[in-house]
Design a binder for this molecule. Structure first.
Ligand code: FAD
Ligand code: UDP
Length: 390
C-alpha cells in the first residue's frame, strides 16, 4: 500500500489539528465505499479508522507465505444482480469471470449443493430425466408446513425431512449453534432447491472476482487526497483525540452503546488456513460438510476463485464459534427485537449514522453492503445539494 495516507494507532499531529468532516469507523465495504463517495463526490475530508492491521474488512485478501492469494476471513465470492453496483466497483477493479460451485459430502459421496437433479440421482440411484420428474419426486417427499417461519419449516416444506436432515440440519446447527427451528427462514432460504442440473451456487447475472483481489480494489477506492486512514486503531482510542463533524460507525452497534440493552448475538468463526505442497486439493472451490460430527462446516480452496497458477495450494477450514470477532448477525425474532431497541436509540443520537453488516445487524452480502453505503451517500448528497431534479 504505497500511495495511501495511512497512519495509526496514534493520530499524527496534522490529523489531530485539522477537523475532519467525517470519521468513519471500519474500513470494510461499508466504510470504504462511503469514504470514497464523500471524498470524491462531495470533497469532504474523511478519516477512516480500523482496529485491524489492514483495510478491506472481512473481504481482505493477501498473499500467504507460499505466495498464494488467500482470503483471511474465509472465501468471498462476488455476485449481484445490480448493474449500478458493478458499475460503481468497476471504477476500482477489473474482473475475472468466476461461477462458484459447491459440493456437499453426504452419505459418503460428494454431491452438488444447492440440491439439484444430479444430487437426487446420485444420492438415491435415480434416473430423473427432466425438471418435471424431479419436481414430482421432490413434491412426493415434501412435508407441507402451514406457516413457514423458521429455517426448518422452509426446507422441510420444500424437500421433506430426510433431505433436510442430510443437508441442512447438521450444517446449520454447527454454523449457528442453534437448531434451524430457532432461526428465521431467511437463513436456509439463501440456498435454493433446483429441479434442473444447474450446479452453480449462485444464479446472479453478475458473478466475477476482482481481477487483482479485493485488497487491491480497496486500495484504489481509498487512494484519495481527502482520505486519511489509521489502522490498528480502535474508535475508543481516538474518539476524543480527533475532531470531526459526523461519525459513521460500521462496527457492532451494541458495542457503540456499551451494550446498554444487553449484547446482540453475533456468530463467529475460527479459520484454519493451510498451505499444501500440491497443485490442487479438491475439485471445486468449496466443499461443505453437513455431518454434525465433523467439527468444521466447509473447506475452501482459493485457486479456484482466483485462477492463480501455482505449484502449491492454500485451503481454509471454517470452525464455527460463539467466541471471537463478530461475523454473522444471527437472524431470529428475539435478536431482531433487541436490534430494534438499539436502532431506536441510534435514531435519537445525533451526529452518528450506523452502516454495514455489523452496524445495522443485517445478514448482508457484499453487494448489499455496497448498495446500502451508496444509498446513504445519496441521502447525504441530497441533504447537501438539495434533491436532484426529476
Ligand atoms: P466488515 O467487513 O466486517 O467491516 C467492518 C470493519 O469495522 C472491520 O474491519 C472491523 O475491524 C472494523 N471495526 C469494528 N469495530 C471497530 C472499532 N470499534 N474501531 C475500529 N474499527 C472497528 N459476502 C458475499 O457477497 N459473498 C461471499 O462469498 C461472502 N462470504 C463470506 C464469508 C464469510 C466467512 C463471512 C464472515 C462473510 C462473507 N460475506 C460474503 C459477507 C461479507 O463479508 C460482508 O457483506 C461485508 O464484508 C460486510 O462489510 P462491512 O463493511 O459491513 O463489515
Ligand atoms: N446451509 C446448510 N447446508 C449447506 C449450505 C448452507 O444448512 O450445505 C444453511 C446454513 O444454515 C447456512 C445457510 O444455509 O448458514 C446459508 O448458507 P450460505 O452458503 O449462504 O452461508 P454463508 O456463505 O453466508 O456462510
Amino acid at each position: 500500500m504505497h500511495s495511501l495516507n495511512v497512519t495509526g494507532p496514534s493520530p499524527s499531529q496534522s490529523d489531530q489539528q485539522q477537523a475532519f468532516d467525517y470519521l468513519i469507523v471500519g474500513a470494510g465495504f461499508a466504510g470504504s465505499v462511503l469514504a470514497e463517495r464523500l471524498a470524491a463526490g462531495l470533497n469532504k475530508r474523511v478519516l477512516v479508522i480500523d482496529r485491524r492491521s489492514h483495510i478491506g474488512g472481512n473481504a481482505y485478501d493477501h498473499y500467504d507465505e507460499a505466495g498464494v492469494l488467500i482470503h483471511r476471513y474465509g472465501p468471498h465470492i462476488f455476485h449481484t444482480n445490480a448493474q449500478r453496483i458493478v458499475d460503481y466497483l468497476s471504477r476500482f477493479t477489473q474482473w475475472r469471470p468466476y461461477e462458484h460451485r459447491v459440493l456437499a459430502v453426504v452419505d459418503g459421496q460428494q454431491v452438488p449443493i444447492p440440491i439439484n437433479r444430479t444430487t437426487l440421482n446420485a444420492l438415491y440411484g435415480l434416473d430423473l430425466q427432466s425438471d418435471e420428474e424431479a419436481e414430482r419426486y421432490l413434491a412426493s417427499r415434501a412435508e407441507p408446513v402451514e406457516t413457514i417461519r423458521t429455517s426448518e419449516d422452509v426446507v422441510v416444506n420444500q424437500i421433506g425431512r430426510e433431505l433436510y436432515e442430510k443437508f441442512f440440519r447438521g450444517y446449520t446447527r454447527k454454523q449457528w449453534g442453534l437448531d434451524p427451528s430457532q432461526l428465521d427462514k431467511m437463513v436456509t432460504s439463501r440456498v435454493p432447491t433446483r429441479t434442473n442440473t444447474d450446479d452453480r451456487y449462485f444464479t446472479d447475472t453478475f458473478q466475477q472476482m476482482p481481477l487483482e483481489g479485493y485488497t487491491r480494489m480497496f486500495e484504489r477506492m481509498l487512494d484519495h487526497p481527502n482520505i486519511s486512514i489509521m489502522l490498528n486503531t480502535d474508535y475508543r482510542q481516538v474518539r476524543d483525540q480527533v475532531a470531526y463533524k459526523h461519525l459513521i460507525y460500521c462496527g457492532p452497534i451494541d458495542e457503540y452503546f456499551d451494550h446498554c440493552f444487553g449484547k446482540l448475538p453475533y456468530r463467529s468463526l475460527k479459520f484454519e488456513h493451510q498451505s499444501l505442497e500440491q497443485e490442487q486439493f479438491q475439485s471445486v472451490a468449496t466443499v461443505n460438510y453437513p455431518d454434525e460430527t465433523v467439527p468444521y462446516t466447509r473447506i475452501s480452496e482459493y485457486k479456484h476463485l482466483t485462477g492463480q497458477q501455482h505449484a502449491s495450494t492454500s485451503i481454509t477450514y471454517e470452525y464455527p464459534s460463539a467466541e471471537g470477532d463478530p461475523y454473522y448477525p444471527i437472524p431470529r425474532p428475539e435478536n431482531a427485537e433487541l436490534y430494534k431497541r438499539y436502532e431506536q436509540l441510534a435514531a435519537e443520537t445525533p451526529g452518528v449514522t450506523f452502516l454495514g453488516r455489523l452496524g445495522t445487524y443485517k445478514y448482508y452480502n457484499m453487494d448489499q453492503v455496497v448498495g446500502q453505503a451508496l444509498a446513504l451517500y445519496k441521502r447525504i448528497e441530497e441533504a447537501h445539494n438539495g434533491p436532484a431534479p426529476g
